[in-house]
Design a protein around this ligand. Structure first.
Ligand SMILES: Nc1ncnc2c1ncn2[C@@H]1O[C@H](COP(=O)(O)OP(=O)(O)O)[C@@H](O)[C@H]1O
Ligand SMILES: [Mg+2]
Length: 214
C-alpha cells in the first residue's frame, strides 16, 4: 500500500425532466439520503452553479432575452464549461459526490428537441466541453406535460422556457426519452406521475446501487 492514498473519485448524478417534474423536490430527498449515510456530497444546478453560470442563467431565463438558436446552445455550454472546471471536476477529484439539477441532457431536450438545434451540433459541443465526462447516473423524471403543468401552480412569473407552448415541452420530453433509450446504462427513467413516496423508494434503490458499485 502506498503512503499517498489514492482518493476514490466521487460519483456524478444528474436530475432531468421537464419543468414541474419534481427535480427540486427529489434533490432535497437525495441530500438527506446521502447525508444520512455520511456521503460527502455537493449540490448544484444548471444553468448556473458558478458566478459566471448564474449570470448566464439569468440571461437564458429572462423572458425579454433575444437570443438565436445557436447562441442559446453556446451559452449553455459556456456556462457548463465553467461549471465543470470550477466546481464539478474538482469535487469529483476530491472524492465528493456531485448532484446537479439539470446537465447536458437538458440541452438535448430543450435546445435540441424543443428548438430544433441539430443533435450533432450539441454532440460536438458536448465532446469539446466535457472531454468524456459523463454522469454516473441520470435520473429522468418522466411524466405527461399536463400533469407537470398542473403541479406548477403559484403566482411566480414564468421564465423564458416555461412560457413556451405545450408542443415545445412535448418535444423536450420526447428528446429526453430518446436519450434515455440510447444510454440505458446511465439513465434511470422514473414514472414521475406517481406519488412522491413511490418515486423516492425508486431513487433510493438507484442510490444504493451507486453507493455499492465498486
Ligand atoms: N410526485 C409528486 N406528486 C405530487 N406533487 C409533486 C410531485 N413531485 C413534485 N410535486 C410538486 O410539484 C411541483 C413542482 O415540483 P418541482 O420539484 O419544483 O419540479 P421541478 O424542479 O422539476 O420543476 C412542486 O409544487 C412539488 O411539490
Ligand atoms: Mg426545480
Amino acid at each position: 500500500m502506498s503512503s499517498a492514498q489514492q482518493v476514490r473519485r466521487g460519483r456524478f448524478i444528474t436530475l432531468e425532466g421537464i419543468d414541474g417534474a419534481g427535480k427540486s423536490t427529489h434533490l432535497a430527498f437525495i441530500r438527506d439520503w446521502l447525508a444520512n449515510r455520511d456521503v460527502d456530497a455537493a449540490f448544484t444546478r444548471e444553468p448556473g452553479g458558478t458566478p459566471l453560470g448564474e449570470k448566464i442563467r439569468e440571461l437564458l431565463l429572462a423572458p425579454d432575452t433575444v437570443v438565436s438558436l445557436d447562441a442559446e446552445a453556446l451559452l449553455a455550454f459556456a456556462g457548463r464549461q465553467q461549471h465543470i472546471s470550477e466546481v464539478i471536476e474538482p469535487a469529483l477529484a476530491a472524492g465528493r459526490w456531485l448532484v446537479s439539477d439539470r446537465f447536458t441532457d437538458s440541452t438535448y431536450a430543450f435546445q435540441g428537441g424543443g428548438r430544433g438545434v441539430p443533435f450533432e451540433r450539441i454532440r460536438a459541443l458536448e465532446e469539446w466541453v466535457q472531454r468524456g465526462l459523463q454522469p454516473d447516473l441520470t435520473l429522468l423524471f418522466d411524466l405527461p406535460l399536463e400533469v407537470a403543468a398542473g403541479r406548477m401552480s403559484g403566482t411566480r412569473q414564468l421564465d423564458r422556457f416555461e412560457q413556451e407552448a405545450a408542443d415545445f415541452h412535448q418535444r423536450a420530453r420526447d428528446a429526453y426519452l430518446r436519450r434515455a433509450a440510447a444510454e440505458p446504462q446511465r439513465f434511470a427513467v422514473l414514472d414521475a406521475s406517481r406519488g412522491i413516496d413511490e418515486i423516492q423508494a425508486d431513487i433510493a434503490t438507484h442510490l444504493r446501487h451507486l453507493l455499492e458499485r465498486r
